[in-house]
Design a protein around this ligand. Sequence first.
Ligand code: FAD
Ligand code: DHB
Length: 448
Amino acid sequence: MLGDMRTQVAIIGAGPAGLVLGQLLANAGVESVIVENRSRDYVEARQRAGVLEQGTVELLRENGVGQRLDREALRHDGIYLQWPGTRHHLDFPDLCGRSVWIYGQTEVVKDLVAARLTAGLPLYFDVSDTAVQDVETDRPSVAFLDADGNAQRIECDLIAGCDGFHGVTRPAIPESSSRTWQRDYPYGWLGILAQAPPSTDELIYAWHPNGFALNSMRSPTITRLYLQVGLDENVADWSDDRIWTELTTRLGHPEWELTTGPILDKGITPMRSFVSEPMRYGRLFLAGDAAHIVPPTGAKGLNLAVADAKLLADAVIASYGSARSGPRRARTLVGTADSVPPGPATSAGRGRGPGAARTLVGTAGSVRPGPATSAGGGQELLDAYPETALRRVWRCTHFSWWMTSMLHIEGRDPFARELQLAQLRYLSTSRAAAVSLAENYTGLPYGW
Ligand code: FAD
Ligand code: DHB
């Protein structure tokens, strides 16, 4: 059975990028449908990032999904940089007037999914065979099989490719029209989640001759820790004892003790920098890991996905604004106590949205968006999205590469190690150097 539906923005992927985009659009009265090929349980349990920039936190709050975050997230006003014999604290509010929050990606995703389903907005889990169609025309669509195996098609104005690094949207851009940049690092991170109270008040980034280690956390009872490991390492070779011994060595510091506990989750992640251009092709717009990957050092991946979603949402909302009246503000927020009357808490729907569909600017009375070249205030933001987004992407790509290169051991080159230590000492003695780290770590303003 083929089901046809119509919406304004079809969003592929219910990770941070797709869910934030859907939330911002809904709050401005723009309709969207999200399709996700994993189950709700899976996306809500996938262990990934844990540090939210101040801008990410403010955006979630302003958009009606900050209540639990405000209750449970841990505000951190700095980090420790460590190398043998030294543990140096960087004070972010003093250096740049900003902070970060510890709140797992799992929790961000749970809050956004709950807000969307409570508002009765369409979100299809467990889909398969997702395909984008006719993105070069003004009638793009997304085809997929729903959880019951029924063929569905979403006709839309725009498609947002928020389907992560292994998704289907980036490959839909012809190779002849795209360009990629990639760096694979010769190491990965072994990450564990442990039932143990954090042994530190703020995160410790440790340089050690054995390799980098990071002491992070998720809550007052759960610790998250990472070890640099070789690319050929197998997680099965890392017993709990071996992991704790190595963490104790690399994170060791006089008069300080690492708290241990049962390990709840263990996994190895390879590290890569990757940027793909363009982030727009016809009516297809990419956001988040679908367009770029950063190595995790510095915690930019999730925050960058949210920043893309924010920039794209602003552009899409402006493009639907009436040329006469300007963008209309939504009266209610999805997910807040005073939100639109919720529909049934279903994981599927038929393009319902909290507001009426708007007309796109620059299309002479048509309800369909004009091509990339159309004039009009709103359309300009949409046209500018790839360039605006990529400016931040490259800044974060540089910061993540720099943090990674400074802290990880690569080969046996004594010259490289002295350079790393010189940079760490510089960060601990120069306010200018420390300010630069702090403003990048806590997040540059949107539209930077
Ligand atoms: P994703 O979170 O990948 O979401 C994309 C979604 O699209 C997924 O739910 C996927 O199932 C869905 N999808 C894929 N294909 C299709 C399809 N064909 N049809 C429908 N849906 C589809 N960042 C940090 O800052 N710190 C970390 O410690 C950290 N650790 C990480 C560990 C791992 C193992 C990985 C993979 C990433 C990690 N990251 C980390 C990066 C961070 O998690 C990502 O940058 C972030 O998830 C990007 O969000 P996104 O929404 O763009 O992509
Ligand atoms: C975490 C991950 C990071 O990449 C990072 O730089 C800091 C913390 C984390 O998962 O907690």
